[in-house]
Design a protein around this ligand. Structure first.
Ligand code: LMR
Length: 403
């Protein structure tokens, strides 16, 4: 007899499970297009040179120690992260209406935001895009939200954003529902609303008094330009919308396992900030008490030094350029093979992922026959492609689609 008798086995977390299946695979030729992490053209993880330099400097800085950070995090990092997403000249910052809360990567920022919105503001209804990142629903459910709903995002037939249905779903949402919006490089589809479409979304969010929760995990990584990738967030701020924005520095700094994130908060009346920060301190205290310092110090050092910041900009440009090259190459090869279907969506999409349109049977076939590992919804991590395996992957997709 044990307290733990009868615990049901939960389903595996797909990205980590598929990544492990790839690692355990013994076949001599195999390709990993699963978990969202950058790879070089040699298929290797990449420590950004500027991150390495910053780490060396930190390691040699005798003034640093391992004392606790404040509950809300490293002040320089919080300010730098907030300015990165809102823009250096953001009126919300200069008017004292915006601030950051250091969190454990994007997931921690989502969780802290969810708990705050539920336990402090009493909000219980959240809408996520259909489809969305595999963790959104779990984070909000465990954060206390009792109603986790979908808004239509994807038009599978035309492989684009289903803007009319999206707007219709938001029109039906009750007042004060929380709307999760992917700031750029939508995961998993890789397709973002156009500026005109974002304007329509902002209009309905404002008119219906919905609450904006941006999730921006790919700023700078998506297009190579951090300002361009933050356009939607900044537009919503310009429209006078209050919001929270979860930021991750996993992809754009390659700091995946350092769990560096920030929750940027924009309010209309700065007199609410003292109450907000005191209540958020209790949310953080009950979760991780205070955040780790290393990754935050690295990001702060890089963003606050113009020379290092330029080096970082060169690295994000290099990563996004390699992704664009691989998108073009995959499309070109599928078209050259005459693979049934249209493949122009691969180059219309942006960021790490492509929603290929392959169905679950085709995904299973690609894995079992060709050892090309991808997610069951057909999402591939474009970073897993390189000049050595692209021909193989294109041939494998071609054979699969014809099978
Ligand atoms: C992904 O979508 O593959 C990444 O964001 C990793 C994760 O935690 O799911």
């Amino acid at each position: 007899m044990s307290f733990f008798d009868g615990i049901p086995v939960a389903p595996p977390i797909e990205v980590f499970h598929k990544n492990k299946l790839y690692l355990d695979e013994q076949a001599p030729v195999k390709v990993n297009l699963t978990i969202g992490a950058y790879r070089t053209n040699d298929g290797k993880p990449w420590v950004l040179p500027v991150v390495h330099d910053a780490e060396v400097q930190l390691a040699n800085d005798a003034t640093l120690n391992h004392e606790y950070l404040p509950v809300l995090g490293h002040e320089g990092f919080r300010a730098a992260a907030t300015a990165l997403v809102l823009g250096e000249n953001s009126p919300a910052i200069s008017e004292g209406r915006a601030f950051g809360v250091q969190c454990l990567s994007g997931t921690g920022a989502l969780r802290a935001g969810a708990e705050f919105l539920h336990h402090v503001l009493g909000l219980s209804v959240v809408y996520v895009s259909k489809p969305t990142w595999g963790n959104h629903k779990l984070v909000f459910t465990r954060g206390g939200f009792t109603s986790v709903r979908d808004y239509t995002f994807w038009d599978a037939e035309n492989r684009c954003v289903a803007i009319e249905k999206l707007i219709a779903d938001l029109e039906e949402a009750p007042e004060k529902a929380v709307i999760i919006l992917h700031g750029c490089a939508h995961n998993p589809t890789g397709m973002d609303p156009t500026k005109e479409q974002w304007k329509k979304i902002a209009e309905v969010v404002k008119r219906k008094n919905l609450f904006t929760f941006f999730d921006i995990a790919y700023q700078g990584f998506a297009s190579g330009d951090p300002d361009a990738d933050a356009w939607a967030v900044r537009y919503f701020v310009e429209q006078g919308l209050e919001m929270v924005v979860s930021q991750s520095f996993a992809k754009n700094f390659g700091l995946y396992n350092e769990r560096v994130g920030n929750l940027t908060v924009v309010v209309n009346d700065k007199s609410v900030i003292a109450g907000f920060q005191s209540q958020m301190s209790l949310v953080i205290r009950a979760n991780w008490s205070n955040p780790p310092a290393h990754g935050a110090r690295v990001v702060h050092l890089v963003l606050s030094d113009p020379k290092r910041r330029n080096e970082w900009m060169e690295s994000i440009k290099a990563m996004s350029d390699r992704i664009k090259t691989m998108r073009a190459a995959l499309r070109e090869k599928l078209e050259a093979l005459g693979t049934p279907g249209s493949w122009n969506h691969i180059t219309q999409q942006i960021g790490m992922f492509s929603f290929t349109g392959l169905n679950e049977d085709q995904v299973n076939h690609l894995i079992s026959k060709h050892k090309v590992f991808l997610l069951s919804d057909g999402r591939i991590n474009i970073c897993g492609l390189n000049t050595n395996n692209i021909e193989y992957v294109a041939q494998a997709i071609d054979e699969t689609v014809r099978a």
